[in-house]
Design a protein around this ligand. Structure first.
Ligand code: Z5A
Length: 210
């Protein structure tokens, strides 16, 4: 496949959506074709799964394994319907979260056996791997505050998890980045939007277009 897959990861409210929009504009300004998508979601079925997963009314109704299967099903749809076709057309796909989110949230924070996580990853994505993953690292308390402000104080099913849960998410991301230094770039999510945008832009240009 001749295109490139860029993923953004990080905990709640770390600024992924903001940066993805700006990166897409930068790349389009360079004449690149860009597809923006997100997980869970990005397809008809994926968006329905997203609603199920986030609905606060489902709190306590979704077991960790069901949650894992739902995220994986949404991912399988996204890969087949959106990501692979775009990469085959030579386009750049920017995805808001990908399989690293499952490793961190379901594998580490929810303590599901990592061999099960790996098997479902293989089923949903095969050998596909991001060319670059940008991790926006943010203190969980700051992220939850940002998300709460944006949504008038209403938290979705996962956002309502404990602070301990989000601390383990943050640490798991940092550990993952250390284990795959070529693929990951870690950026301080406390920096200004403009400062992060500059780092994202130069990282993408250096790692993918030089
Ligand atoms: N999840 C999972 O468990 N397993 C999986 O496999 C997958 C996902 C794929 C998806 O939630 C949830 O699913 C997520 C993980 C789980 N749950 N949690 N937590 P989502 O897609 O609805 O939300 P999110 O991905 O966690 O992020 P978000 O809330 O959409 O935030 P964001 O996109 O990272 O940030 P943002 O919208 O760009 O910015 C948030 C606010 O901060 C906004 O008001 C901005 O204006 C502001 N902002 C942005 N950047 C800055 C800076 N630099 N300084 C100050 N303020 C800023």
């Amino acid at each position: 496949m001749s295109g490139q897959l860029i993923t953004f990861e990080g905990s709640e409210g770390c600024g992924k959506t903001t940066q993805i929009t700006m990166l897409a504009q930068r790349l389009e300004g360079m004449g690149k074709k860009v597809v923006i998508t997100r997980e869970p979601g990005g397809t008809l079925i994926g968006e329905k799964i997203r609603t199920l997963l986030q609905d606060p009314a489902n709190t306590g109704e979704i077991t960790p394994i069901t949650e894992l299967l739902l995220f994986s099903a949404a991912r399988a749809e996204l890969v087949e319907q959106i990501i692979k076709p775009a990469l085959e057309r030579g386009e750049i796909v920017i995805c808001d979260r990908f399989f690293d989110s499952t490793f961190v949230y379901q594998g580490i924070a929810r303590s599901i056996d990592l061999s099960v996580i790996d098997q479902l990853k293989a089923i949903a994505v095969g050998s596909l791997k991001p060319d670059l993953t940008l991790l926006l690292d943010l203190d969980p308390e700051a992220g939850i505050k940002r998300a709460g402000e944006r949504q008038s104080g209403t938290l979705d099913r996962i956002e309502a998890e404990s602070l301990e849960f989000f601390k383990s998410v943050r640490q798991a991301y940092l550990d993952l980045a250390v284990s795959e230094p070529d693929r990951f770039t870690v950026i301080d999510g406390e920096l200004s939007v403009e400062a992060i945008e500059a780092i994202v832009g130069s990282t993408v240009e250096d790692k993918l277009f030089n």
